[in-house]
Design a protein around this ligand. Structure first.
Ligand code: AHG
Ligand code: MN
Ligand code: MN
Length: 324
C-alpha cells in the first residue's frame, strides 16, 4: 500500500499553494534538526549556548541551532511577512508583502536534549494584516485566527502533526525516501481520561482549585472520582500532548503562586495556541481558568498562560473547580 505524502495531503485538502509551501518548508527544516539530534554529542549540539533568551531562560546550543534553521528556511519564502520565536527578543521581518506570520518554539523540551530524550518543534501560522514594516501588533491575534498549526516530535520516529483547520493528521518521517508519510488521519482525543500530566513537584504552589482537582485524581478508586488514574510527565509539551492525542488524558501547566504576575510557564503564542488548535480540532479542550485559551487577545508575543488541555470533560471539571 502506498501512503499519502505530506504534499499529497496538502493538495487533497485544497491547502493554498503558498501555505502548502510554507508547511513543506517547516517540514524540511525539521529534517535538518533531526540530523542534528541524531548525531547528538558527535554533532556538538549538547549543552548550553552561553546566553539567555528574552524570557531569562538559559539557551541550549540546540535552541539556537534549531531557531536559526527555521528562521533561515522561512526567511526565503516570499509568502512570509515576519516571524516570532521563543528564542528571538523581537519579531523578525521577512518580506513586506508576505501574507503569513509564523510563530514557533524551535525546540520544545530543551531540558531533554542532554539526556537524549524527546523534544519537538511547535509552529503556528497567522494571516498578515499589516503593510510596510512588520510590527509586533500584527502578531497579536487570538489563537482562533490561526490558519494552520502543528508540531514535529523528534522521538524514536520523527512525526509531523498538523492541522490546516480540517481535523488533525499525523505523518511519520520515512528516512528511506526523505518524505513525511501520512500514518494517522482524523485524530480524535478519547472522551474519557485515564492519565494526567503535571509537574507534581510544584503542587504546593498551585491555586487551591488545582490542588483539589489533582488531589481527587490521586485518591483514585477510593476517592470522589471512583477510578484510578496514571501519571506521565515527559517535560516536553510536544511529547505530553502527543500522548494525549494518541491515547487521551489531561495535561496541565498551571498558575503558580511564586510568580503571580507571570501567568504559568508556557507561552501563549508559541506553545498554547498551536497546541490548542490541534487539541480542539481533535475534539478536546484547552482552557485557562479565565476562559478558552484560543479566545485570548494577546498583549505581548512572549506572554505566558496557565494551560489545562485534553479530554473535554476533564478540562471542564477542572475549570469548574476554579469557578467554585
Ligand atoms: P521549552 O523547552 O521550550 O522552554 O519548553 C519547556 C516547557 C514544556 O515543553 C514542558 O512541558 C515544560 O516546560 C517542562 O517544565 P518542567 O521543567 O516544570 O518539567
Ligand atoms: Mn517549549
Ligand atoms: Mn523552546
Amino acid at each position: 500500500m502506498s501512503r499519502a505524502t505530506l504534499s499529497d495531503y496538502l493538495s487533497r485538502s485544497n491547502t493554498p499553494a503558498s501555505l502548502a509551501q510554507l508547511i513543506e518548508t517547516l517540514a524540511g527544516g525539521s529534517v535538518a534538526i533531526r540530523e542534528d539530534l541524531a548525531g547528538g554529542a558527535l554533532n556538538d549540539i549538547l549543552g548550553a549556548a552561553g546566553a539567555e533568551n528574552v524570557q531569562g531562560e538559559e539557551q541550549k546550543k540546540l535552541d539556537v541551532i534549531a531557531n536559526d534553521r527555521i528562521k533561515q528556511a522561512l526567511g526565503v519564502l516570499p509568502s512570509v511577512r515576519g516571524i516570532a520565536s521563543e528564542e528571538e527578543d523581537e519579531v523578525v521581518a521577512a518580506h513586506h508583502d508576505g501574507e503569513f506570520l509564523v510563530t514557533f518554539d524551535p525546540l520544545d523540551g530543551s531540558s531533554n536534549i542532554d539526556i537524549n530524550s524527546m523534544v519537538g518543534t511547535i509552529f503556528s501560522v497567522l494571516g498578515s494584516r499589516g503593510e510596510g514594516a512588520v510590527s509586533e501588533a500584527e502578531f497579536l491575534q487570538p489563537g482562533r485566527d490561526q490558519i494552520a498549526a502543528g508540531y514535529i516530535l523528534y522521538g524514536p520516529s520523527v512525526m509531523l502533526v498538523l492541522t490546516v483547520g480540517q481535523g488533525v493528521v499525523m505523518f511519520t518521517y520515512d528516512p528511506q525516501s526523505g518524505l513525511y508519510l501520512l500514518t494517522e488521519d482524523q485524530v480524535r482525543i478519547a472522551e474519557e481520561a485515564k492519565e494526567f500530566a503535571i509537574n507534581m513537584s510544584n503542587q504546593r504552589h498551585w491555586h487551591p482549585a488545582m490542588q483539589r482537582y489533582i488531589g481527587e485524581l490521586l485518591q483514585g478508586a477510593e476517592g470522589p472520582r471512583g477510578k484510578n488514574y496514571n501519571m506521565r510527565w515527559v517535560a516536553a509539551m510536544v511529547a505530553d500532548v502527543h500522548r494525549i492525542l494518541c491515547r487521551g488524558g489531561l495535561f496541565c501547566y498551571p498558575w503558580d503562586a511564586r510568580k503571580p504576575d507571570q501567568a504559568g510557564k508556557l507561552r501563549l503564542m508559541y506553545e498554547a495556541n498551536p497546541m490548542g488548535l490541534l487539541v480542539e480540532q481533535a475534539g478536546g479542550k484547552i482552557w485557562t481558568p479565565e476562559g478558552a485559551i484560543l479566545d485570548i487577545q494577546p498583549t505581548h508575543i512572549h506572554q505566558r498562560v496557565p494551560v489545562i488541555l485534553g479530554a473535554a470533560s476533564e478540562v471542564e471539571l477542572c475549570i469548574d473547580y476554579h469557578r467554585d
